[in-house]
Design a binder for this molecule. Structure first.
Ligand code: ASP
Length: 585
């Protein structure tokens, strides 16, 4: 038997017990006549002691050879520790070793296996198995497992059935490129890895499964942005005989369940906000509503004077920064520089200091009097002591810029508290989105999303105005889930494909199977998918997903530990009939 207890288990109640422990050597302290070893496993750290007066000499000699990360097994007696360590649960005891067995040696690790390590990101990824020994990564993976357990508990209680769908499929359009897999047995043909199980879960509804879920890997070959992974995990769900309201209720319930179970956090308000309202009030379709700083549109109270910048702008909009009136000139200049950075892209920023005495001092005093500025304060909800920051320009652009500023300032002001959670639904998304480059419309969610009742006709006259039965679940400024009520009849689906630029033949070739299924009694259905990696990171109080994934890829989509992707050898290429083509090029 390798162990009777784990390294996190022993307490004063165990004193005098004979125990066997196994684990890794975290560190050793050799005082000559006494050696202490911190022994670590997943469950904790236990201090071992080798004492010349009480431990056999041969065992002491062996202990002197131990290095960091050696794997050992020890047998000994639990004794009370002289200098107790209040920081760890096993800190009142130590194990006086009678027998040491070295199970494996270790090279000196390339970085310290401590909570605060000296290892940079690259080296930690290359030796990820050592990184996983560190508490922060280990705890993140354990936390992830708790989240998925709770998801399964909740959904199983609601009668959901977990069904696995295939990974080797044909392309599903979710807006990204597919990863493809050549088929050896079908020369010149390729599978695509699923961007999501979308069409399969809809077919499961046609198959009568009624409530489906799956915790599933999805693959999208996108240009990698920070904190995106080419393969990621979704909690994918679908329900039959439901309206939007039914879905929102079930998954509002799941979100509340997770926050209660994992943080003992009770959610009272679970607002539903239309897409249009979110854009107007927060400049963003995934607003962080843990704090105010709502947009105040100023067109009516700022476009009546000689200030050309505002007069020529489509939208003049501002936010009130709590306590910002005390910012120095230098601080405000820095803020202006910040909004002018290419990543944000504003041309400038107008500001108004709301003085404690009720007067105003602005950067545009030449054009606006106190009465004008009082109206700005009213529109932005600014109080004495606040600073109003105003941007202007093209509506969509300026909203995005002010939203970036709002998030930045909230971060600086400590308003984005990691232990506070404010979920909401954003609903009534547009069905279609105009691609500025091509001038074509594409599905904002995906082509299977149904338009709002009675809006189908609008597709011909004003496609951009059609709203969808689509919804996103937003938590603390992040989209954590999204879905829709689906089209479930062939005619509507055909109309959608037509508007998305598919010819009848193309639609048939790509989605004939779904259209066929719709001819055999497809029930009304809808669903959604949560992005598990991000959900776990946010619930874990962090915004980067990498530490919650056991073996993540880096920013170039590489696994630096196994060195993938990699070239194939000639034989493999020939078998796949790829070699010839490569040579010809
Ligand atoms: N398949 C969608 C996605 O991956 C989710 C859904 O519509 O259920 O975003």
């Amino acid at each position: 038997m390798y162990r009777t207890h784990t390294c996190g288990a022993l307490r004063t109640e165990d004193i005098n017990k004979e125990v066997t422990l196994s684990g890794w050597v975290q560190k050793t302290r050799d005082k000559g006549f006494m050696i202490w070893v911190d022994l670590r496993d997943r469950y904790g750290i236990t201090q071992l002691i080798f004492d010349e007066s009480r431990t056999d000499k041969a065992q002491i000699e062996k202990a002197k050879t131990l290095g960091r990360e050696f794997v050992i097994q020890v047998t000994g007696t639990v004794i009370e520790r002289e200098s107790k360590n209040k920081n760890i649960p096993t800190g009142d005891i130590e194990v006086l070793v009678s027998e040491l067995n070295i199970l494996n040696t270790s090279e000196v690790p390339p970085f310290t296996i401590e909570d605060e390590t000296d290892g940079g990101e690259d080296i930690r990824m290359k030796y990820r198995y050592l990184d996983i020994r560190r508490n922060p990564v280990k705890e993140s993976l354990i936390f992830r497992s708790k989240v998925t357990n709770e998801v399964r508990n909740y959904l199983a209680n609601q009668d959901f059935i977990e069904v696995e769908t295939p990974y080797l499929i044909k392309s599903t359009p979710e807006g990204a490129r597919d990863f493809v897999v050549p088929s050896r047995m079908n020369e010149g043909q390729f599978y695509a890895l699923p961007q999501s199980p979308q069409t399969f879960k809809q077919l499961l509804m046609v198959g009568g499964m009624d409530k489906y879920f799956q915790i599933v890997k999805c693959f999208r070959d996108e240009d990698l942005r920070a904190d995106r992974q080419p393969e990621f995990t979704q909690i994918d769900c679908e329900m039959a005989f439901v309206e939007q309201e039914d879905i929102l209720n079930v998954f509002e319930g799941l979100t509340k369940h997770l926050l209660k179970k994992l943080h003992n956090f009770e959610i009272e308000n679970f607002p539903r906000m239309t897409f249009d309202h979110a854009m107007k009030t927060y400049g963003n379709d995934k607003p962080d509503i843990r704090f105010g700083m709502e947009f105040g549109e100023l067109n009516e109270v700022a476009k009546h004077k000689e200030f050309k910048v505002f007069n020529s702008a489509e939208l003049v909009v501002g936010i009130a920064v709590p306590g910002g009136a005390s910012y120095t000139r230098k601080e405000i200049d820095k803020l202006i520089d910040w909004v002018k950075r290419p990543q944000v892209g504003a041309l400038g920023m107008v500001y108004v200091k709301c003085n404690e005495d009720g007067s105003f001092k602005s950067s545009v005093d030449k054009f606006y009097n106190q009465e004008d500025l009082a109206k700005w304060a009213e529109a932005t909800g600014a109080n004495p002591g606040d600073l109003i920051c105003v941007l202007s320009g093209d509506t969509n652009k300026v909203r995005a810029q002010l939203s970036a500023l709002r998030m930045e300032l909230a971060e600086r002001l400590g308003l984005r508290k990691p232990n506070e959670f404010a979920p909401l639904w954003v609903i009534d998304f547009p069905l279609l989105e105009l691609d500025e480059e091509t001038g074509h419309y594409h599905a904002m969610h995906h082509p299977f999303t149904s338009p709002k009742p009675g809006q189908l006709e609008l597709l011909d006259t004003d496609p951009g105005a059609v709203k969808a039965n689509a919804y996103d679940l937003v938590l603390n400024g992040n989209e954590i889930g999204g879905g829709s009520i689906r089209i479930f009849d062939k005619d509507t689906q055909s109309i959608m494909f037509k508007h998305l630029g598919f010819t009848e033949e193309e639609a048939k070739a790509q989605f004939g199977f779904l259209m066929d299924a719709f001819e055999y009694g497809a029930p009304p259905h809808g669903g959604l998918a949560f992005g598990l990696d991000r959900l776990v990171a946010i619930l874990g109080g962090q915004e980067t997903i990498r530490d919650f994934i056991a073996f993540p890829k880096n920013n170039s989509g590489r696994d630096v530990m196994i060195d993938a992707p990699a070239a194939l050898n000639q034989e493999q290429l020939s078998e796949l009939n790829i070699a010839l083509d490569l040579k010809e090029q």
